[in-house]
Write a protein that binds this ligand. Structure first.
Ligand code: AMP
Length: 395
């Protein structure tokens, strides 16, 4: 029993065939550089990697190539469903949903909120429906986990008509990851399911933190879009919005151009001037590069402030879970952040911090409560589990 998980982005389509019970991946891969002559289908199976050129392929041809591959590998016949990552579900979805024409219409209605992500997500759904017309298709929304936030957390202090007429509110993202990591952290810490206060820190190319009270998101750092919150690889995170007016006047550029810079050329890349990759920034900082050093300092400082801020809705902190490429791998970011949060009762255990990394979960602080820990995320598995749950309840 397997689930095909699809994550269609603007120029790539990630896929994986996963057993939702064992978590085992039969194959995983990516069709990338779509629309270019260098488009390729790359996959990993039983530890070995393979690649196939699909020159000029767009999403449709790429997904056909993925399905052809699944047939070749004998993986197309025992699928119980297809789980689609959908980035923006607005306030329409508080959980994963079987895809129906009504659900497709609601995802379409969210396009103004997720103009870059929802169209390729919808394309993936459409093509998968054509290729597997009788198969269960499920939408798993990045925003859904955060629909439990109370109005005090999701309402911006702006004219209320903006919320009512244009949906201007905080939605939050990375929900699938935060949900998976909070669940796993609960198992690892042995905290009671009905009485826990956890902050999950998803630190990858995009970064966000969430306050999880008794399994529910009560606040998160991202907002209307994934630009708000902590510093990221290329995104600034929260800044004074007056910067947009100031810089667009100073540089004679449109507000949209400045917003693009805040999304694509800021964060670690903007401050260091070197890279959006934390590994490069850490190496340069260690070699004495002052701007890389400043970028690393700001990253940890802003992160620690955000985590501390999320203790307000929780009322206390039982556990802080680090995940994502940086959260799982950067010994330095974890150490610095935990040290800045010492006043909450967290004390780093440097030996434990050094051994826990990607694929290796565990506590990195001394003492049991509060504790900081590394919890590798697995959004694809969470999507597969949701799809299998819906398949089971439908049968
Ligand atoms: P993700 O989006 O979750 O795949 O995370 C990607 C980010 O993880 C990259 O931009 C890197 O900055 C970061 N990363 C991966 N490995 C390491 C590492 N060993 N040390 C520091 N950062 C890392």
């Amino acid at each position: 029993m397997n689930v095909l998980v699809l994550n269609c982005g603007s120029s790539s389509a990630k896929f994986a065939v996963i057993n939702p019970v064992s978590g085992q991946e039969a194959v995983s891969g990516i069709a990338q550089r779509l629309g270019s002559k260098h488009a390729s289908l790359d996959w990993k199976r039983n530890g070995s990697k393979e690649s196939r050129p699909i020159p000029g392929a767009h999403h449709e041809e790429a997904l056909r190539a993925v399905v052809a591959l699944l047939h070749e590998l004998g993986l197309a016949d025992d699928l119980v469903g297809i789980g689609h990552r959908v980035v923006h579900g607005g306030s329409k979805f508080s959980g994963s949903m079987k895809i129906t024409p009504e659900v497709v219409a609601m995802v379409e209605a969210c396009i103004p909120l997720g103009p870059l992500h929802n169209p390729p997500n919808l394309l993936g759904i459409k093509v998968a429906q054509e290729l597997f017309p009788t198969m269960l298709q499920v939408g798993v929304f990045d925003t859904a986990f955060h629909q439990t936030m109370p109005p005090v957390a999701y309402t911006y202090p702006v004219p209320h008509e903006w919320l009512e007429a244009h949906g201007v509110r905080r939605y939050g993202f990375h929900g699938t990851s935060h949900r998976f990591v909070a669940r796993h952290a609960l198992t690892l810490t042995g905290l009671p399911a009905d009485d826990h206060a956890i902050v999950t820190a998803h630190l990858g190319n995009g970064c966000s933190c969430t306050a999880v009270r008794n399994g529910r998101s009560v606040d998160t750092t991202m907002g209307l879009t994934p630009l708000e919150g902590v510093m990221m690889g290329t995104r600034s995170g929260s800044v004074d919005p007056a910067i947009i007016g100031h810089v667009s006047t100073a540089l004679k550029r449109s507000a949209q151009d400045v917003l693009d810079v805040l999304n694509k050329k800021s964060g670690l890349l903007g401050v260091s001037g070197l890279s959006n990759d934390m590994r490069t920034v850490e190496e340069a900082a260690a070699a004495g590069n002052a701007r890389a050093s400043l970028a690393l300092d700001i990253f940890c400082y802003v992160l620690a402030k955000a985590i501390a801020g999320l203790v307000v809705p929780l009322g206390r902190l039982d556990a802080l879970a680090f995940t994502g490429g940086i959260g799982e791998n950067s010994v330095t970011v974890r150490a610095r952040t935990v040290e800045l949060l010492g006043f909450l009762g967290l004390t780093l255990d440097p030996a434990l911090n050094a051994v826990h990394g990607r694929g290796q979960h565990g506590r990195i602080t001394t003492g049991m409560r509060p504790q900081a820990l590394v919890v590798p995320t697995n959004e694809e598995l969470m999507i597969a589990m949701d799809t299998a749950d819906i398949a089971q309840s439908a049968s």
